[in-house]
Design a protein around this ligand. Structure first.
Ligand code: GLA
Length: 380
């Protein structure tokens, strides 16, 4: 990938480019908690996006995507917003940097990646992060990494229509080899947890389906949570986010909110606690508890939060049948991957059974990703 990017950069722009890289992410537990001010527990992975970038002395940005085989140029004012989908992520990062008082001089870039698209591994956060990081360096802006993550998040909000939380961009920027990171999305405090589960593998099974309207369904989930939090806040003013609420406080407003908002909130409050329980369990090397929490999360995401789908539920059930320690839908949902914690000796049988039975039922095989927890954004 590296050589291909550098040589394409040379042939397009007639000079050498400087290489930067950022990563996709997994999340062990803590789903749909980030925009509720709760905990998440992600890590960066060995699938990422690499870009060669160099200032060009103009006020325009010229970017070539190897994967889309497409070159796009845009200026640096709001009126220059590109029509195409992928350049908006880069344009958004430029605009959000400018909004924060950072400098953005025109640049040339070539990029490529191996984060599967639509699999829930945050290819878009990897794209935002690699550009946010590089633009910050090139222009000597000195914006701290947490603010760079917010630049990526605001790009999603303001230029791509997804009201996402901070988890993906945070993981992509703060990722560290061999460690998961517990982030408190309310305070921004985080802690690295070395993650080397002896005798287990972490494997993703990609359903290769991405259901329509996932973005608007995602935004609707967020609205449900905000309505529930507002109702609780009327009784308990200390509740800034839904994650601040106790379960009994939710019960108090049961009659004031819709049944749908109630079950969404019920899931979130349970999930915030599960992240803490998993962190405690990890400190005792108690992978059985970690796994059981993952199954509970899947149940919640499927039945209460309703962001699973037939293909994901099928893989989850199959994991139980194959005695996999933990399994659940990962990321935003509506397709994409399950994340599975599986004992080494059960791995082969699980993968073979999953491929066979899934193919029989859905007519195509799931993809298998053996992820390694890796470093996040950096200059190469
Ligand atoms: C997507 C969003 C994240 C997070 C997850 C669900 O990946 O980008 O902010 O909300 O869904 O946990």
């Amino acid at each position: 990938m590296k050589e291909q990017i550098l040589s394409k950069f040379r042939s397009l722009f007639g000079k050498e480019g400087t290489l930067y890289m950022s990563s996709g992410r997994i999340n062990l537990i803590g789903e749909h908690t980030d925009y509720n001010g709760g905990y998440v527990f992600p890590g960066a992975i060995n699938f990422g996006i690499m870009a060669a970038i160099e200032p060009n002395g103009t006020d325009r940005v010229n970017v070539y995507s190897i994967d889309f085989d497409e070159k796009v140029s845009f200026g640096l004012t709001e009126e220059d917003k590109p029509e195409q989908h992928w350049p908006r992520y880069i344009f958004g990062v430029c605009m959000e940097t400018l909004k924060r008082g950072g400098k953005v001089q025109g640049f040339d870039a070539v990029f490529a990646g191996d984060v599967p698209l639509g699999a829930g591994l945050s290819s878009s956060a990897a794209l935002e992060s690699v550009f946010a990081y590089a633009i910050n360096e090139i222009n000597g802006n000195g914006i701290d990494k947490f603010e760079l993550a917010k630049i990526g998040q605001s790009t999603e909000h303001n230029y791509c229509g997804v009201k996402c939380g901070i988890m993906d961009q945070f993981a992509s920027l703060f990722g560290k080899e061999g460690s998961l990171i517990r982030l408190d999305c309310k305070t921004g405090e985080y802690k690295y947890f070395p993650f080397h589960p002896k005798g287990y593998k972490l494997v993703l099974l990609d359903t290769c389906v991405k259901h329509q309207l996932a973005d608007s369904a995602y935004n609707k989930r967020r609205e449900s949570c905000e309505r529930a939090a507002a109702a609780i806040r009327a009784n308990h003013p200390e509740v800034d986010f839904l994650s601040d609420a106790k379960r009994v406080w939710l019960d108090e407003v049961r009659d004031q909110i819709s049944q749908e908002d109630f079950i969404r909130a019920e899931y979130v409050i349970g999930e915030v606690q599960r992240v803490l329980d998993v962190c405690d369990a990890l400190e005792r090397d108690d992978y059985e508890t970690v796994g059981e929490m993952m199954y509970q999360t899947h149940f919640g995401l499927s039945r209460l939060y309703e962001v699973s789908c037939e293909e994901l539920d099928f893989l989850n059930k199959l994991a139980r049948k194959c005695e996999v320690t933990g399994s659940r839908v990962m990321g935003g949902g509506f397709g994409g991957c399950t994340i599975n914690l599986v004992k080494n000796e059960l791995y082969e049988t699980f993968i073979n059974t999953a491929v066979q039975e899934f193919t029989l039922k859905f007519g195509h095989a799931p993809k298998i990703y053996n992820v390694v927890i890796s470093d996040g954004a950096r200059k190469l």
